[in-house]
Design a protein around this ligand. Structure first.
Ligand code: ADP
Ligand code: MG
Length: 309
């Protein structure tokens, strides 16, 4: 931990600490604050030194205020000794730039058809912009985050998913060595999900899939998907049907029963695979809820959907 114990996270950087203070106009009475901190203590102990992979995407990423709160949560997690790894998507941002360039996005079963030009755009947006934005938001609080693409240090080995999708990749292998080294230096890796095949050809890979594969490679304690819905619904059309806890086996049952569609498919598939291969627990959380990561990790509140092996 770099900041002094009596300083807020980001102290030493006035802009950051001002930002933190101004987020809390309706501060709790001191006794309640103390109670919240006391409630957090066992969780802080439990997660100290543990790797937590967070897939960041959807609304949480597009809303400026939520993006700032996300960065604070990640910094706080790291400050209490957790080892967060951020894996991000950027579908809407890729779509935006394609529109501005006059290219019409085309999807087949939820996956973007990716010709050479679309790959170029995806790579520029994910690595050049979205990744930079997240790294910068975290580094407002200190010298903490390092951004990388799956092409860096052979992090993500990719293969083409299917010829008709073009340069849409699947994860063939994860070389977590670079992540281990960054984590050992107490840095926060922020991963853009472009992978490369053995010949150096790049592919765009679904970020949920990459998050699961990285969590597996790191034997992560937790794998978290931040998304734009309150959790996994038993019935997609019924917001009150959130499943609060489910086993990987029962989750596979829901897939087989057709209850999972669209963007939830890669989350659930990668989640089931990660849990079968050593990840301890996964959560699907609502990224629209301010500080949802802190709620999940440091309070008794059960938010979103928890998935256990
Ligand atoms: P993200 O940016 O988080 O990857 P996606 O749009 O790709 O967001 O995936 C989340 C979406 O999955 C939800 O908004 C919802 O429309 C859809 N979805 C499909 N089946 C379910 C389900 N059973 N429960 C919740 N959401 C579901
Ligand atoms: Mg998605």
């Amino acid at each position: 931990m770099r900041s002094e114990p009596d300083e807020p996270i980001g102290a030493g950087n006035d802009a950051a600490s001002e930002g933190l203070r101004s987020e809390k106009p309706d501060a709790l009475p001191a006794a309640e604050k103390a109670a919240v901190l006391a409630e957090a203590l066992p969780y802080i102990r439990r997660f100290s030194g543990k790797v937590v992979v967070v897939k960041y995407g959807g609304n949480a990423m597009e809303d400026e205020r939520l993006a700032r709160l996300f960065a604070e949560d990640i910094v706080l997690m790291r400050s209490v000794g957790m080892r967060p790894v951020v894996v991000h998507g950027g579908g809407p941002q890729i779509g935006d730039l394609m529109n501005r360039l006059g290219k019409t996005p085309e999807f087949r079963s939820g996956l973007r058809v990716t010709d050479a030009e679309t790959l170029d755009i995806a790579r520029m947006v994910l690595v050049g912009r979205v990744n930079r934005d997240i790294v910068s938001a975290i580094n407002v609080h200190g010298a903490l985050a390092v951004g990388l693409s799956g092409e860096d240090a052979q992090l993500i080995g990719a293969v083409a998913r299917s010829p008709e999708l073009g340069f849409v990749g699947d994860v063939e292998n994860v070389n977590a060595d670079i992540l281990d080294r960054l984590l050992a230096q107490e840095l926060i890796p922020v991963v853009a999900t472009i992978g490369a095949d053995v010949a150096g050809q790049s592919y765009n890979i679904n970020a949920d899939t990459v998050a699961g594969a990285i969590a597996e490679a790191l034997s992560a304690e937790r794998l978290v998907y931040l998304t734009n819905v309150e959790g996994l619904r038993k019935d997609l059309d019924d917001p009150s049907s959130r499943i609060s806890a489910i086993s990987a086996g029962d989750l596979q049952g829901l897939v087989d029963a057709g209850a999972i569609s669209e963007g939830m498919i890669p989350k659930v598939a990668s989640c089931v695979q990660a849990l079968r291969n050593g990840v301890r627990r996964a959560h699907i959380l609502d990224g629209r809820v301010p500080h949802v990561l802190l709620l999940e990790f440091f309070t008794d509140e059960g938010v979103g959907t928890m998935v256990e092996p």
